[in-house]
Design a protein around this ligand. Structure first.
Ligand code: UDP
Length: 253
């Protein structure tokens, strides 16, 4: 059998040529990295969980009319996605001060922000993804003013959706990162949510205990990352296919 063509390999995912033009296969690896890949490990099962969780969030977004690249899940580690032209920005939405923002402003982690705050980093590993103002983005032509308005609107809708879904299972959505891609349909260009949405790219805190259920568990050595992600998946009712079904039998009258 001919080997399929690898299009791109990143830190946590691989993209292969898809079965039809305009599609790609996104493969989720078990590799975990932090601090611009200075810290690395293999976390058994992480790719399977993130494939499922990203499917869950992207499907929900598609359902409520927020366009994403997700088409369908293929197997435990792979999903079929639309091929997009990635805008070289990390779009970060924050509801609560944490991580780099808390550090930069000397805020205590956990401080509720007066409103959701959106910030942008230029995607460049060699530069360490520097924070950039909108002025730079437009001046350097990474996105137009119209694109930026659309990106902000998309980011806020994703924030409302994710915050609500997570709140429903007792989890506080502190912050998250998304990436946006361009797709061309005839003469039109549209912006859609791309990459992944998973605990690798969100901060998720248990509302009752404050326990971290995201990649900070790995960044800060707080225990098992697989256990944290499994807990998120369990609460959302998204379990990997090979997990035994532990629900009780139902009596049929
Ligand atoms: N984030 C990400 N990829 C990055 C940088 C940040 O997914 O390359 C996510 C991160 O997991 C967090 C949010 O974006 O949910 C804000 O991250 P922050 O700027 O606080 O950076 P960090 O403290 O993670 O370095």
């Amino acid at each position: 059998m001919a080997r399929r063509k690898k299009i791109y390999e990143g830190k946590a995912k691989i993209l292969y040529e898809g079965p039809e033009p305009g599609t790609l296969v996104q493969y989720f690896k078990d590799d975990a990295t932090a601090f611009n890949a200075e810290k690395k490990a293999t976390v058994d099962g992480k790719g399977v969980l993130n494939n499922r969780l990203s499917e869950f969030f992207m499907t929900g977004l598609n359902m409520i009319g927020v366009p994403t690249h997700f088409i369908r899940r293929i197997n435990m580690r792979e999903q079929l996605i639309r091929s997009v032209e990635i805008i070289p920005l990390e779009v970060i939405v924050r509801n609560v001060a944490a991580g780099s923002m808390a550090k930069r402003l000397g805020l205590e982690e956990g401080t509720q922000l007066p409103r959701p705050i959106i910030e942008f980093s230029y995607k460049d590993d060699a530069l360490g993804d520097p924070l950039v103002p909108e002025e730079y983005i437009i001046a350097f032509g990474w996105a137009s003013q119209q694109d930026m308005d659309d990106i902000v609107a998309l980011a806020l809708r994703v924030n409302d959706y994710l915050s609500g879904v997570m709140y429903g299972v007792g989890i506080r959505l502190v912050d998250f990162k998304i990436e946006i891609g361009r797709v061309y349909e005839g003469d039109f260009m549209r912006l859609i949510v791309a990459d992944e949405i998973s605990p690798d790219s969100c901060r998720l805190w248990d509302i009752a205990t404050g326990q971290k259920l995201d990649k900070d568990v790995f960044r800060r050595d707080l225990g098992s990352l697989t256990d944290a992600y499994t807990e998120v998946a369990r609460r959302l009712g998204v379990m990997p296919a090979n997990t035994p079904n532990t629900s009780k039998p139902t009596l049929i009258n």
